[in-house]
Design a binder for this molecule. Structure first.
Ligand code: SF4
Length: 439
């Protein structure tokens, strides 16, 4: 058997990254070398994203760049896998002939066959259910990792293509996840970030008696894990029991990432989110009433069809009132194949952009004020290493900051090793970052 040097490019979300890590693990366990040098690789594998047009464009740009390198250099084979292939199928094969193999979603576990079989197109309904453990090559720094607890989604939000691209909810059996978390902890992972399209649905499709709360309780038995962080929680799935668990368990980060998407009842109804404003306000009150301060992250879609000036103002008032710690704001993207694209009352692009800027500036002021309130407080910070611009500063994240998406703590006094959790005194604040010194 011939062993190849393989370069893997992972685009899109952390769920995709975990899949790319499995691909790397499966290939290296069979003797292939995973290289960090694209130009010297024999095979380039691109794991793509395609949930909105911006992601599609990015995926295509990356493929075209790698195709150029293939023509000029060593790369012998390009494999494109994931959501882009699932979304555009054979059309891509015709338009980008430099790519040798195309494979849709739910195929990562077949990567060896995909490379060896001589077939150039793999696409079918994404129905694969993970029932086994896979080796993994960590793509994140050694002290943090994502645990993908399920794939697919059985909600039917009118703006979202994910159920079409990734299929219905398929939870990974708990014993596989525990084994994987134990393995990660042994390798030095301190922070486990639970991810799925909606982690609160975990277990709904499994026969055994399991849910998110029970899974977290099992993960807490792994003592080497210092922080368990919960990402992507559909509001309707957040139970009293989950909130109690977060309130009582120091090692669960006091951080909830709850995509709310909008607050107006008519819009929520058209989005098919399955909740209304009253429900969300009640949930936020409950979270704010917990004994521990919970850092709240949410995402909003601006300019959904039918969002009048009045409705938009209601959304702005909501943002001002709730004061999220972190907020992701997205301009509505009318994706082909979604019901929301067919709604008649679409909002003009320039209006959507204007509204996006307004929400961003409201949130920037809130973030800055909240960050300034942190001055003088002592918080645990996971040290991530030197600042990218100078070795005179360190950077890290508090338990209220998720990797990649939130700000950082910049440390200008004291020393800590990468992967250590140290108490840091906050001495100054920017809009999204904090400044502090190690105590
Ligand atoms: S819950 Fe999230 S992933 Fe599932 S359909 Fe709705 S927006 Fe898409």
């Amino acid at each position: 058997m011939q062993f190849d040097r393989i370069y893997i490019i992972s685009l899109g979300c952390p769920k995709n990254l975990v899949e790319s890590e499995y691909i790397g693990g499966i290939l290296s366990s069979k003797g292939h070398e995973i290289t960090d040098n694209l130009e010297e690789s024999d095979i380039a594998i691109i794991n793509t994203c395609a949930f909105i047009q911006d992601a599609v464009r990015e995926s295509i740009d990356v493929i075209l760049n790698v195709a150029r390198l293939k023509e000029e250099g060593n790369i012998k084979k390009i494999v494109v896998i994931g959501c882009l292939v699932q979304r555009y199928g054979y059309k891509l094969k015709r338009e980008i002939p430099e790519v040798d193999i195309w494979a849709g979603t739910g195929k990562f576990h077949q990567i060896l066959d995909i490379l060896n079989n001589g077939i150039s197109f793999y696409i079918s309904k994404p129905e694969y259910i993970q029932k086994e453990s896979f080796p993994r090559i960590q793509g994140t720094p050694f002290y943090t990792s994502y645990l993908r607890i399920a794939d697919g989604c059985s909600h039917r939000c009118s703006f979202c293509l994910i159920p079409k691209l990734r299929g219905p909810l398929r939870s990974v059996p708990p014993e596989i996840l525990i084994r994987e978390a134990e393995w990660l902890a042994k390798k030095g992972v301190k922070e486990i970030n639970l991810v799925a399209q909606d982690i609160t649905s975990y277990g709904n499709d499994l026969k055994e008696d399991i849910n998110l709360e029970l899974l977290i309780e099992s993960l807490l038995r792994i003592r080497e894990i210092s922080w368990i962080r919960l990402l992507y929680l559909h509001p309707s799935g957040i139970s009293e029991r989950l909130l109690k668990l977060i309130e009582n368990e120091e090692r669960i980060c006091p951080y909830l990432d709850i995509p709310i998407q909008h607050i107006n009842d008519d819009i929520l109804n058209k989005m098919c989110r399955g909740y209304n404003k009253k429900f969300i306000m009640g949930l936020i009150d409950k979270i704010k009433g917990l004994r521990r301060k919970i850092y709240l992250r949410s995402t909003l879609i601006i300019g959904f069809p039918g969002e009048s000036e009045e409705i938009f103002n209601e959304l702005c008032d909501f943002v001002r009132q709730v004061e999220f710690d972190h907020l992701g704001v997205f301009m509505f993207s009318p994706e082909e194949g979604t019901r929301a694209r067919r709604y008649k009352d679409q909002i003009k692009k320039e209006v959507v952009k204007e509204r996006y800027d307004i929400v961003m500036s409201i949130q920037a002021k809130i973030s800055e004020r909240k960050n300034r309130e942190m001055i003088g407080k002592k918080i645990p910070v996971l040290i991530e290493g030197f600042h990218p611009e100078t070795n005179l500063l360190l950077v890290g994240r508090s338990f209220g900051m998720a990797p990649e998406i939130d700000g950082q703590v910049i440390i200008n006094k004291g020393y800590g090793n990468m992967g250590e959790i140290r108490d840091v005194l906050i001495t100054d604040a920017y809009t999204y970052d904090l400044i502090g010194e190690i105590l």
